[in-house]
Design a protein around this ligand. Structure first.
Ligand code: DX5
Ligand code: ZN
Length: 216
């Protein structure tokens, strides 16, 4: 059974307390927070004070996805804000190995996100240093985009690399996850399913989380 991580980018920002309560009583173990800087991605979402406020209202694992340039400048700030998992983009880090060590030294789980065009081979040398690899299945920056189907093979390739190294790195899928493609993703090796619009756009978000959780 996958870990389900509802993405707050698709929640009603005027009612983040309600979104937290909903996730708290649901089967989701994580919640996913997308931080964007308008540089690494064309969009700006929310930052440290919002993560901090959500942290106080949730009992779940705070999975923070940094879509920002020079994420190493903010590692300590996100730790202080309450991130449990901190994911940086391979494309945004000149010294990815160092960044991962920095995140782990602060007591957080370290994740690497890969844009659709970045091959799994690009992080082969640091795979064992990562607690999680986030495969972007859309181009980062916006919620509600269409899943890029060719990413399914990438998930399989990543899973094979992780198994070959005997590691326990989790595979997270981010972008365009639906009730239709979730089973195939889990069968390909996904451990964590991020879902924004599929959860918060649903008539019954809590029931949708349960469906994702029990998809295979
Ligand atoms: C996109 C973000 C995603 C986004 C997913 O840049 O990283 O986490 O919230 O949204 P959906 O599930 O709606 O595609
Ligand atoms: Zn994300």
């Amino acid at each position: 059974m996958p870990i389900v991580a509802p993405s707050f980018l698709a929640a009603d920002f005027l009612q983040l307390d309600k979104a937290c309560e909903l996730v708290n009583r649901s089967q989701a173990e994580w919640l996913h927070l997308d931080v964007m800087d308008g540089r690494f991605v064309p969009n700006i979402s929310f930052g440290i004070p919002v993560v901090s406020a959500i942290r106080k209202a949730t009992t779940k694992v705070c999975d923070v996805h940094l879509m920002i340039e020079e994420p190493e400048r903010y590692t300590e700030a996100f730790k202080a804000a309450g991130a449990d998992v901190l994911t940086v983009h391979a494309e945004a880090c000149r010294h990815l190995h160092r960044n991962l060590q920095q995140i782990k030294a602060l007591g957080m789980k370290a994740g690497i996100a890969l844009n659709p065009h970045t091959p799994v081979a690009a992080i082969d040398e640091v795979l064992e240093d990562a607690d999680l690899v986030c495969i972007m299945t859309v181009n980062p920056g916006f919620g509600g985009q269409k899943f890029i189907h060719s990413m399914l093979k990438k998930v399989e390739r990543l899973k094979a690399s992780i198994l070959k190294k005997g590691g326990e790195t989790l595979i997270e899928i981010d972008g365009g996850v639906t009730l239709e493609n979730a089973a195939a993703l889990v069968n390909a090796g996904a451990d964590v399913l991020v879902a924004g619009n599929t959860v918060f756009g649903a008539k019954d978000p809590e029931a949708t989380i349960a469906l994702l959780k029990n998809i295979v």
